[in-house]
Design a protein around this ligand. Structure first.
Ligand code: AMP
Length: 294
């Protein structure tokens, strides 16, 4: 395995793999502090592709001015050990200056999809995400790129980006990996103390309650939203920022649930830590969401 820090080296290595060796490339973009959620993407990439590249880059442009960019967990040594175990071929770990040198001026914005949910709470976040993903796709030109359903809105935005800008990469979205308690794995869980970690279980519990109510026949989005809110509000350490029920294909807000694929998304503060999660309803025919685990 080779760790590559320079963009030019990364693109020339990738070019050689494609042209001279005629091998397929899978890219797993991450911000490091790797956990089993990331590793599930790496495993799938390893199965589907000849060469696996994992990028580890805490992308400054997707953090707001008062967010946790400076404190975001970074441990490239530990990440490298994990990725070696998973038989990854290349780690692409550039510095911020390497990606955004002096004079960098070009940003990518996926309109509409980026302006709702997380985009309202975190203005500019998806512009940063779309920009870094564009740079990575152009640098590596992978056949496949792997993303997690944990960040459902991000996955939709990346799919739209790839379609609109005609990237020759197939986007693969994989189910959310969870702890036994139901808490979605996240690098930000490291910020939680033990009481907060316990309290954070309310997030998944609230989504499961909504899913049960839906299964029992409830079709009013408002009632399901209320149920999620009430469940979260019963946990004193948790504060709900938003909960939303939308069409899972385009994020259009729903009042009634019919037979369209439906996404329930929420953002919750547990103490000072902001966590997001989601569940799919009516997702038959799609890759099964790990949340279905009952
Ligand atoms: P991040 O390092 O948080 O930017 O995440 C990198 C990739 O891993 C994104 O595509 C995430 O959606 C995905 N990911 C993060 N947490 C999980 C999880 N618990 N299960 C599955 N994928 C995840």
């Amino acid at each position: 395995m080779e760790i590559i820090n320079r963009r030019q080296r990364m693109s020339s290595v990738a070019r050689k793999i494609r042209r001279e060796q005629d091998k397929s490339i899978g890219l797993v973009p991450t911000m490091g502090a790797l956990h089993e959620g990331h590793l599930s993407l790496v495993k799938e990439a390893r199965q589907m592709c000849d060469i696996v590249v994992v990028s580890v880059f805490v992308n400054p442009t997707q953090f707001g001015p008062h967010e946790d960019y400076a404190h975001y967990p970074r441990d490239l040594t530990k990440d490298t050990a994990l990725l070696t175990d998973y038989n990854v071929d290349y780690i692409f770990a550039p510095t911020a200056e390497e990606i955004y040198p002096k004079g960098y001026a070009t940003y990518v914005n996926v309109e509409g999809l980026s302006d709702q949910l997380e985009g309202v709470s975190r203005p500019g976040h998806f512009r940063g995400v779309a920009t870094i993903v564009t740079v990575l796709l152009n640098t590596i030109r992978p056949d496949f790129a792997f993303f997690g359903q944990k960040d459902a809105q991000q996955a939709l935005i990346i799919k739209r980006l790839v379609r609109d800008l005609a990237f020759d990469t197939e986007i693969v979205v994989l189910p959310t990996v969870r702890e036994d308690s139901g808490l979605a794995l996240s690098s930000r869980n490291a910020y939680l103390n033990s009481e907060e970690r316990e309290a954070a279980n309310v997030i998944h519990r609230s989504l499961m309650k909504a899913k049960e109510a839906y299964k029992a026949g409830e079709r009013s989005a408002g009632k399901l939203v209320d149920l999620v809110r009430k469940t979260v509000e019963a946990e004193p350490r948790a504060r709900i920022e938003y909960v939303n029920i939308s069409n899972a294909d385009n994020l259009d807000r729903l009042e009634r649930i019919d037979d369209q694929p439906v996404l329930i998304t929420l953002a919750v503060f547990v103490g000072k830590t902001r966590l997001i999660d989601n569940v799919l309803l009516n997702s038959a025919g799609k890759k099964k969401d790990a949340l279905v685990k009952t």
